[in-house]
Design a protein around this ligand. Structure first.
Ligand SMILES: C[S@@+](CC[C@H](N)C(=O)[O-])C[C@H]1O[C@@H](n2cnc3c(N)ncnc32)[C@H](O)[C@@H]1O
Length: 326
């Protein structure tokens, strides 16, 4: 899938914006009022996030956050003493997060517009890469994880939140209820206003049976019916998609299965929608006992340490990063 499609979607739908009525719509571009309302809503509905952040040792570490949205966690990470840099695909998110940190007088290293597929930093730049709710929207995930491995220092940590496959939302709400509801609307030839009508139109475009296949349906049922790409994960899928990393621990949170009113049920640890995975960059021998090892070539503009040929490079014995395809 073309990354422009994904970028256009997030530029037009800044992540979480409408949950509190929109920076431009309800808050008339009053950033401070918007961020205050956004953070209050976010940490009321997802109170596990600050607790999970408290368990990560950010103080004094060089941290890259990928996929910034409204920058709520960016601020939290800076407040926990990190030397923070941020990267987002869209100009809108970068502008909002830069404004947030400046408004609040918080120090940060750098913020850039760019992609996880070509991270614009030299090799071995960071101790920690943090990415919340982003990498499940990246179709070329092997390439993204190889890029993350490249910019991490040896022994570096990757902390991600991805959508959980073994969750009430995936199995019951999306897998059963929403599919049945859509099939009923389609059969009755009803096109209600709002997102249900958008699903009916999607189904007409793709064909109902095709649209209802979970591999297709999942894209349109996590971040709205226009979202181009989403994937759900369990630990096995994380292992398969992040081969350069070793899972150290994982935990699930957030009872979320719309339209079911489940947010107060105490089963987030077992059936929650948000799967946090803490991973460690593998050492060379551990990563590839049977494979030759290559250092990744860097994307354009990555700087001196990344200035390597982008064509096939000879295997270097000191390299610790595998080619994405290996
Ligand atoms: C669902 S939002 C998550 C934002 C925030 N971390 C949160 O939890 O609310 C996804 C964000 O990731 C960004 N994004 C999507 N694909 C990306 C990529 N390949 N590289 C960098 N950022 C990306 C989008 O622009 C968007 O701001």
């Amino acid at each position: 899938m073309d990354e422009t499609t994904i970028s256009r979607f997030w530029q037009a739908h800044p992540c979480g914006d409408q949950q509190v009525g929109g920076l431009h719509d309800r808050y008339g571009r009053d950033h401070e009022a918007f961020f205050r309302a956004y953070d209050a809503h976010r940490y009321r509905t997802e109170p596990h996030i600050p607790k999970c952040l408290d368990e990560i040792d950010f103080a004094g570490k060089s941290v890259l956050e990928i996929g910034l949205g409204q920058g709520a966690e960016s601020e939290q990470i800076v407040r926990r003493g990190a030397c923070w840099s941020g990267l987002d695909l869209t100009a809108e998110s970068v502008a909002r997060v830069r404004t947030r940190l400046r408004l609040r007088g918080l120090p940060f290293e750098d913020i850039k517009q760019g992609s996880a597929l070509a991270i614009p930093y030299p090799a071995s730049s960071f101790d920690i890469v943090f990415s919340h709710g982003v990498l499940h929207h990246v179709p070329e995930i092997h390439r993204a994880q190889a890029e993350i491995a490249r910019v991490l220092r040896p022994g570096g940590e990757l902390v991600v939140m991805v959508y959980a496959k073994r969750s009430l939302n995936y199995v019951l709400a999306i897998g059963l209820l929403r599919r049945m509801g859509l099939a009923a609307l389609y059969a009755l030839n009803v096109e209600p206003p709002g997102i249900f009508g958008m699903h009916v139109r999607n189904a007409r475009e793709l064909g109902l049976a095709n649209y209802l296949k979970m591999d297709n349906f999942i894209h349109r049922n996590t971040d709205g019916p226009e979202n181009p790409y989403s994937k759900v994960y369990d630990r096995a899928a994380v292992r398969a998609d992040f081969p350069l990393f070793r899972i150290e621990r994982s935990h699930k949170h957030l009872m979320h299965a719309p339209p079911l009113p489940v947010s107060r049920l105490p089963f987030g640890g077992a059936l929650g929608w948000h799967l946090w995975v803490h991973m460690r960059l593998r050492e060379r021998a551990e990563a590839a006992p049977h494979h030759p090892v290559r250092r990744q070539s860097a994307p354009p503009g990555a700087g001196a340490a990344g200035d390597m040929p982008r064509v096939a490079v000879p295997v270097h014995p000191d390299s610790r990063v595998l080619r994405a395809s290996q």
